[in-house]
Design a protein around this ligand. Structure first.
Ligand code: TRP
Length: 349
């Protein structure tokens, strides 16, 4: 690490792919929720890390998106951004391979957002399920929140991204980004890359209460948790509710703990060990948890060590975010130049 060079090419290339690079481009984004949990790691980050060798990759901390809901509560935003960047790097995102940056440091997102907002009706936006749910859940009905998916589309097309690695819950938003790029191209000629979803395999990581792991539910295991915290949390984890005593037969297929074994105990040949032992009643939940605790802590150990090292070097982290922003800005400026030319708003050229 520490090299300033990056494999991301921003010069027009002869071979196509929108002319920005000879490789395809990926844009990934995540709201700055602070320290990440293993659900984020398994569901998103591991996929991103697997992609960074083969694509021009832009990894964006979307702080403006989090403001659409948390506009009145910004005290911790900076710390959340910092901790998320630390966790991304500790997990293996490599600043020499991808651009890691903060959305609000690239003003071109805002310009693109405004232009795309001209091409979509309010009615289309109010009918999106994500809008309807959150509006009722959180009482959000601002103009800015309504535009959340338009801003997301801007995040994507402003880099000329071909693919966006997300889970199914985001598919409508990526479809919308594609639709907006098409509309733009229809009105102004072929300019924007029409992005596609890169549906990522998302192993469902249950939280300690058996429901989906999430920050707000407080049922998560954070990368930042110590081995002791992790152990304590997993000891309290829900298992098959019908397996009350050690020797009761259990049902791995419905047990949330078993889902974690599937992610972290693959070396143990679990289908031939844990599954029959649990089903026969030979294996009790306490021992089963012990095996998971050992495997999970072992698997997270290198990442946790790296996290602690990175936390001690805040300047280095902010530096990476600055270098990422420089790379991102370079690409976004090229795309915006093409956009202004296409719209004939490049008045001084
Ligand atoms: N809406 C995404 C989420 O909640 C976050 C996001 C914002 C995003 N902009 C993006 C994801 C661009 C992918 C690409 O997860």
């Amino acid at each position: 690490m520490g090299k300033t060079s990056s494999k991301i090419k921003t010069k027009p290339a002869a071979s196509g792919h929108a002319g920005y690079s000879e490789r395809q481009t990926i844009l990934s984004g995540m709201q700055p929720t602070g320290a990440l949990h293993i659900g984020n790691l398994e569901g998103a980050l591991k996929n991103w890390i697997a992609l960074q060798d083969d694509y021009d990759m832009f990894c964006c901390i979307v702080d403006w998106h989090s403001l659409t809901a948390e506009y009145a509560n910004t005290t911790e935003l900076k710390a959340k951004i910092f901790h998320m960047a630390v966790d991304w790097l500790a997990s293996g995102l490599d600043p020499d391979k991808c651009a890691i940056f903060i959305q609000s440091e690239i003003k071109e997102h805002a310009e693109m957002h405004l232009l795309l907002s001209l091409l979509i009706s309010v009615r289309t936006l109010t009918r999106l399920p994500t809008y309807e749910e959150k509006k009722d859940e959180q009482g959000l009905d601002s103009y800015g929140f309504l535009g959340y998916p338009v801003l997301q589309a801007a995040d994507i097309v402003v880099y000329g991204a071909h693919k966006v690695p997300v889970g199914k819950d985001q598919s409508k938003h990526i479809w919308l980004a594609n639709d907006l790029a098409r509309r733009f191209n229809h009105y102004f000629g072929p300019t924007l890359v029409e992005p596609e979803i890169l549906l990522t395999k998302m192993p469902l990581i249950p939280g300690t209460d058996g429901k989906k792991m999430s920050k707000s539910a407080g049922n998560y295991i954070a990368l930042a948790d110590s081995e002791e915290d992790t152990t304590a949390k997993l000891k309290r984890m829900f298992t098959d509710p019908k397996k009350l005593r050690k020797n009761d037969p259990g049902r791995p297929e419905i047990c949330p703990l078993y889902k974690l074994h599937e992610a972290y105990s693959t070396a143990d040949n679990i289908t031939e060990t844990i599954v029959p032992q649990c089903k026969s009643g030979e294996l009790g939940c306490v021992e089963c948890k012990g095996r998971l605790i050992a495997n999970l802590n072992q698997s997270l150990a290198p990442l946790r060590e790296k996290r602690v090292e990175l936390l001690a070097k805040p300047d280095y982290i902010w530096d990476i975010l600055a270098k990422g922003a420089t790379l991102a800005r370079e690409r976004a400026c090229l795309v915006m130049e093409n956009v202004r030319r296409a719209m004939k708003t490049n008045y001084r050229d």
